[in-house]
Write a protein that binds this ligand. Sequence first.
Ligand code: FAD
Length: 354
Amino acid sequence: MDEAYLFAHYHGVLFAGGTVTTIGASGGWLLNGGHGVLSGSLGLGADRVLQFGLVTPDGREIIANQCQNARLFWALRGGGGGAFGVILNATHLVQAEMPTTSAIFSFPASGDNERTYMALPAENMRDWALAGWGGPSTTNMTALANPYINTSQAEIMMAPAIHFVQSQNGTALIQRFRSYFDYYVTIMNGSLVASEATSVASFLTSRLIPETAFQNETTKGLMVDNIMNIKASGLVPWVLNTTPLLYGRAQPQQTALHPAWYKSVWISTAQGGWRPGASLHERKLFSGLLRQATQSWMTIATEGCSYANEADPWMEDWADQFWGENYAKLLEVKNEVDPDGLLGCWHCIGWDAS
Ligand SMILES: Cc1cc2nc3c(=O)[nH]c(=O)nc-3n(C[C@H](O)[C@H](O)[C@H](O)COP(=O)(O)OP(=O)(O)OC[C@H]3O[C@@H](n4cnc5c(N)ncnc54)[C@H](O)[C@@H]3O)c2cc1C
């Protein structure tokens, strides 16, 4: 991903990629949707891809775009990696670089102040997303970026969060960067990067939370409770404000993703894992926790969906949760291009436990 960001910047254009450096730009990230800080207004990777070059299971090297192999092109835009062919290359839409304003908040956590803090994005994130803000948040930290407003406008819009964070002896920083690339290098791929030990088994679960949940007082309260319950259970809750909500207002859906993607505000996630050498009992305990988190978000956001790239690996009803009404057509395309089932992977299109 880093190389794509750098290459685009070198040519004075913006590549709207994912949040971190280590994932591939034209592999699994793109094939299952691919969100990033700017997805809210610019669309997901799958919205912005113009063409794939691939080898199909029968050994042909072909191109898929809106004119050639259009059904396959649709399926590759969100239908997932490892199912339809081996991608050799992809052509991504880019655009002129734009100055970007950031809002970075953090404060020392005390439990109570985290709950109060999470009520702020539950209350405001739909409006913030519709004004162009995107990025990750957790219970005592948020990093948002917006290419459409200046720092004075940002200070007004973010006033409730700035005041709260300052009242908790935290830091609220509104900054202007010359380009999104500068923001990405300094913040997303700079100060926010955390290393993780090798051989730790990491998992997460995700739920896209529809905007209707942000328009209902009861659901807003339940969302905050759920985030705090997840934290109390030992998992790490993150909400990713990276859904194509604003983009979906202007563009009809052209991808194979679950339609809830274009009507959602948050990707709510819970992360955790087990250390090397964990016993079977410890692993089962952890998988139970993760499933509990999955279930709790599903109960609150029944109209939402789950992101296949960041999903509970033990999710039941995975085809419907990942692709909804699009799964049937995706399976048709899979059977057309791969009638012998040469390609298969866990919870991918056509995966069959039997
Ligand atoms: C640290 C970290 C940060 C992340 N941040 C984000 C983020 O900001 N936004 C986001 O949307 N997701 C994010 N993810 C999730 C990420 O999208 C998935 O992990 C995704 O599967 C990565 O794809 P990959 O090609 O890099 O990985 P791989 O594990 O190599 O591939 C994933 C799947 O895609 C298939 N695949 C890969 N390449 C090809 C190809 N050329 N042709 C056909 N199939 C292929 C593989 O067979 C496999 O099934 C993150 C993950 C991690 C670990």
